[in-house]
Design a protein around this ligand. Structure first.
Ligand SMILES: [Zn+2]
Length: 271
């Protein structure tokens, strides 16, 4: 499943399309998670792509008269192709640009993704307005986390995975960040010291930033990039390493289930 870093890398990879204008849209399958607006081909024709932004796992593609809000769901991919590229049966949408023969192609075998059109402020869209802060934004800092957690009895791993608090910290990133911060995943949120929280904030930012940097080098490889088996896996310090020795202390890594999700940690390095 594409996580925040992959979505960020995708968004950066679409920059060559900026300031190009739409010649035609081909929609081969309208039924994504929510149906694509049947008028979209008419609406988007002749509009210019003015800006690309990411909020959580949504890509916001701003055109002259509105914004496409795109989510990759479980298996979605966006890539830039030319008319010489072969069509795959899961290529549901092509946005064909006038210039350079470039096509923005949406592929999604499981069709849990979405492509929505809005002419209003996309940041006040119901899917986006209640999202927590971005992990790499300055607003995600020790004081913010401390204030959010000071009365929370929930375990820390579930807290940092709560997208109303901070977006994009998926299961893998949560396990890895807590390892770097030396905090056991099941610790009660409100009992963690401010000093530890400041290390956790830094760890989350580092883990996400690192995944974005790693993803950048594989951006052009449309066919091999696979969220779950991808480039980030080889880097894991604890995630998926049950019973294997900790890289720091050689003690076997533990696994436990928290809120239906597998959590991995080192009993010696994390307290
Ligand atoms: Zn250890």
């Amino acid at each position: 499943m594409p996580e925040l870093p992959e979505v960020e890398v995708t968004c950066l990879g679409l920059k060559p399309l900026l300031s190009l204008s739409v010649k035609q849209i081909v929609i081969r399958n309208y039924s994504l998670r929510w149906p694509i607006n049947p008028k979209l081909p008419q609406i988007l024709k002749k509009q210019t792509l003015l800006n690309l932004d990411r909020r959580g796992k949504y890509i916001l593609a701003k055109f002259s008269d509105g914004t496409l809000i795109i989510h990759l769901g479980m298996s979605g991919r966006l890539c830039i192709v030319s008319d010489r590229d072969l069509l795959n049966k899961h290529d549901h949408v092509d946005i064909i640009f006038k210039e350079k023969n470039l096509i923005l192609r949406y592929r999604d075998p499981r069709r849990f993704g979405s492509i929505l059109w809005t002419e209003k402020d996309p940041y006040s869209h119901k899917l986006i307005k209640n999202m927590g802060v971005e992990p790499l934004d300055d607003k995600f800092n020790t004081e913010y986390l401390y204030q959010k957690l000071k009365n929370k009895n929930q375990c820390i791993k579930n807290s940092i995975m709560d997208s109303h608090l901070v977006v994009g910290v998926g299961n893998i990133y949560a396990s890895e960040s807590l390892y770097y911060a030396g905090i056991r995943p099941y610790r009660v949120s409100k009992k963690i010291t401010k000093k530890k929280l400041s290390i956790l904030v830094k760890s989350i930012k580092d883990v996400i930033r690192n995944a974005i940097v790693r993803g950048g080098s594989t951006m052009n490889d449309f066919f091999d990039v696979n969220g779950e088996n991808g480039y980030f896996q080889n880097e894991h310090k604890v995630y998926g390493r049950e019973n294997q020795p900790c890289y720091q202390c050689k003690f076997p890594i533990n696994q436990l289930r928290l809120g239906q999700r597998s959590s991995f940690f080192c009993k010696k390095c994390q307290r």
